[in-house]
Design a protein around this ligand. Structure first.
Ligand code: GLY
Length: 390
């Protein structure tokens, strides 16, 4: 009797989530209203919206923070959907606010910082200024690739005295380098991206297709340690890291058409979607080993956007990837994840986790959760228009 009741409850909750109707127009109307408030609260172009502080006040960051490009990127997505000139103007302003980071060789995050704002801006406007800034930025990023190691260095140091740490998040910078390789004709950028991705498969991925967060390398590419920084444990599946890897290998397949990347992306997706700790609404806990703790809406948003692209490459689980991607977006488009208008320091989504072991950004809005949520909504709209539905 108890078992039947539990089964019934499980079926109902699964059914409810898969039946969520996503109204992209309505979601963008909400995003635009919420971000009108965000723009009004941010007159200073050196203070980039990031999150909420423990005292409830906004957490703003400078342009050299890894997230500085997401706000401009989201403004471009709102412009793309609405085509309203005021969003183009706002997007341009917040994009150019990151301009000086094109010369920053001290971070591996230039893909996030430059490609999200300038890349979307260039795609939508063909503004040559954006192109030139990105080409310089790609050269800056490439200085962090040491051919002896065969990977782009993420951070300059990591606890324990390591000097060549590489994090799974770094897979997200390769899309930027592929764009730069195509646009400039510089084959080195293509080749180093492939080498980075191949070495990441070798050392970051575990037999079950979950990934480590940080691999610490020696000067000749030897693995010195496998660690975590933001996850619950060295050997646990930190949720956002899993989403970054999934997204990254889908991009690898898109850019190279090498089947091995698609196979890996599908295996990662299957690991995540079959995980016993993935909740019915499919928005993961901050670490897959920590059921019952905080959810990470950002990990959900990144995964949703990635799954929608993965569904376009066919295969036996394509329909599932599409449905689960839409389920996540549907979950995020309602309470408790979606904020009330004018609340949440003007961010769209609530309930993300930045760095729980560092006691920072726990159960808060995060600017990149909004960015990938909007991207996911646009991808969903595109698939619907192309009638690529299941
Ligand atoms: N390091 C990027 C992140 O927190 O996901």
């Amino acid at each position: 009797m108890k078992k039947t009741l539990l089964l019934l409850l499980f079926c109902c909750s699964t059914l409810c989530y898969s039946q969520v109707k996503l109204d992209v127009k309505k979601e963008f109307a909400f995003a635009a209203k919420q971000y009108e408030g965000m723009l009004a609260a941010h007159p200073d172009l050196t203070k980039f919206p990031q999150s909420t502080l423990p005292d409830g006040k906004p957490r703003d960051m400078k342009s050299d923070w890894w997230c500085s490009g997401f706000f401009g990127g989201s403004l471009w997505y709102i412009f793309e959907h609405t085509q309203a000139p005021q969003w183009k103007e706002a997007a341009h302003k917040w994009t150019m606010a990151v301009e000086k980071e094109q010369f920053n060789t001290g971070t591996h995050d230039l893909g996030f910082m430059l490609y999200c704002p300038f890349g979307n801006g260039y795609r939508l406007t063909q503004n040559e200024t954006y192109k030139n800034i990105m080409l310089t930025g790609a050269k800056s990023l490439a200085t962090r690739f040491d051919p002896k190691v065969g990977l782009i260095k993420s951070w300059n140091s990591f606890k324990g005295g390591y000097t060549y740490p590489v994090i799974i998040d770094n897979m997200m910078n390769l899309e930027f380098l592929f764009w730069a390789a195509k646009t400039s004709g510089n084959k080195d950028l293509y080749n180093l991206s492939v080498t980075h991705a191949d070495n990441t498969i070798k050392h970051h991925y575990r037999p079950d297709f979950s990934s480590y967060h940080v691999i610490c390398y020696g000067p000749n590419g030897e693995v010195l340690a496998k660690k975590t920084h933001q996850g619950a444990a060295d050997d646990s599946p930190w949720a956002r890291g899993q989403s970054w890897g999934l997204y990254g290998y889908i991009v690898m397949y898109r850019e190279t058409k090498d089947q091995k990347y698609l196979d890996l992306a599908r295996n990662i997706a299957d690991f995540l979607l079959n995980h016993p700790n993935l909740p019915a609404d499919k928005v993961p806990y901050w670490d897959y080993s920590k059921p019952g703790e905080e959810r990470d809406a950002s990990a959900g948003a990144i995964m949703a956007s990635a799954l929608l692209e993965l569904s376009t490459y066919g295969g036996k689980n394509a329909k599932r990837y599409y449905n689960d991607g839409v389920t996540i977006l549907g979950s995020l488009s309602q309470a408790p994840y979606k904020a009330e208008l004018g609340k949440n320091n003007h961010f769209i989504l609530q309930h993300s986790v930045g760095h729980k072991p560092g006691n920072s950004e726990i159960d808060v809005p995060l600017v990149y959760a909004d960015y990938y949520y909007l991207e996911g909504l646009l991808r969903y709209e595109t698939l619907k228009k192309k009638k690529k539905l299941y």
